[in-house]
Ligand binder design. Sequence first.
Ligand code: PGA
Length: 250
Amino acid sequence: MRKKIVAGNWKMNTLPAEGVALAKGVAAGKGEVCDCVNFIVCPPFTHLHSVVETLKGTNIAVGAQDCATEVKGAYTGEVSAQMIAALGCKYVILGHSERRQYYGETSETLNKKMARAYENGLTPIYCVGENLEEREAGRHFEVCKQQIEEVVFNLSEEQFENLVIAYEPVWAIGTGKTATAEQAEEIHAYIREVLRSKFGAKAEECSILYGGSCKPSNAAEIFSKANVDGGLIGGAALKAEDFLAIGKAF
Ligand code: PGA
């Protein structure tokens, strides 16, 4: 059975005290959600530590939104995977479309970041997805395949066992436009087929999350699909009540 995951990507939102309050709110309501749902929250770097401390003793995991390509040293402004792991984080989001789009992340960059994550025992949440132009040109399958082949195919089998994939169509992120449950299932099934071509039966164990304007009102339908194993949630993760409601959608 694949892990069901609801992960919150807080992006560049919340001040430290607000982040702690949000984490407390999620922890307070977690009891109402099936134990079968694995919650992860990904706050900004500045409050990773306080959120990890806040969530100690709960089964809510904490992840970072990015990590450096390099191990350590003279890289002003960067945060290493080792630093993130030392705080008690278990996950790191890599290859989010906002990082690809605004910060020029390429497969080459992401191969390095993936390596740093694994060296430090972090599980990457690797994001793939097409933009509107690519979707309209019918190139979404090809784009996702390439993003997987160029990065995920470089992993060992053991590394692949510790990987979460998030499919996030760029046209649905923060726009209020959601892929239909059928569109999500179609591409999730395709992504799994691509993974199967490299990793065989292990592809059945890999959780593939949907992301892009996922909210309490549409989560149940999207999560009901066979190849959708949860969500990577942006806007709706900023309210404990909504985030918890998405967890209850399973
Ligand atoms: P959204 O963001 O839920 O606000 O669309 C999702 C994401 O970018 O991870």
